[in-house]
Design a protein around this ligand. Sequence first.
Ligand code: ADP
Ligand code: MG
Length: 211
Amino acid sequence: MATFKDLKLKPELLQSLQDLGFSTPTPIQASAIPVLLQGQDVVGQAETGSGKTAAFGLPLLHNIDTNLQQVQALVVVPTRELAVQVRKELKQYGKQIDNMKIGAFYGGHAFSEERASLAHPPQLLIGTPGRLTDHLNRRTLDLTFTKQLVMDEGDKLLEMGFEEEIDQLVAALPSQRQTILFSATMPEGVKKLIADSLHNPRFIQATSTTI
Ligand code: ADP
Ligand code: MG
């Protein structure tokens, strides 16, 4: 069984994982992390509770240049609750990395608070599609330095009718980027999104859960 150390993650991440008591990567983590660290696009399918957030989050954190104050990684999630949860989890993983800034944009609180945070943009931004495109339209969000994009719960993003917002976000990112999509199911809409937005993705499926 692989350990997190075998996955060649940076020492600060290994320290956080140890502090959290995570000893072994879950199957989706063990399969996806090496491929993501190589820079390949990935489609990941695994059931709820299988550790998908760390599967994409650890490579994002590993790759961020903390000397650059720009949004370098964007995680798009379908709901505000998930945005809050993913931010909390990624903050735990990233807490040993100096100057790592993780932020979240979602509806339900003052727009101005989020705009203020853009004077020093987070390097890793999590958000809901509607709120993120609002920021793009108001020119309070710059995604031209965003080299990594994650669409989490892809099936739910489409079920909730966010296709247009996702198209707009994808169009605002550089074409030279890594794109990652996680989804519990693969309906036709998700397959189309994969075909339109990912480049030669590796498909990774993990069925068993060991958490
Ligand atoms: P998913 O997105 O697949 O539904 P999460 O990423 O939310 O699942 O993970 C579920 C829970 O498992 C979280 O509370 C997380 O902290 C924990 N977890 C993730 N990876 C590991 C691991 N390798 N070992 C122990 N616990 C883990
Ligand atoms: Mg998840």
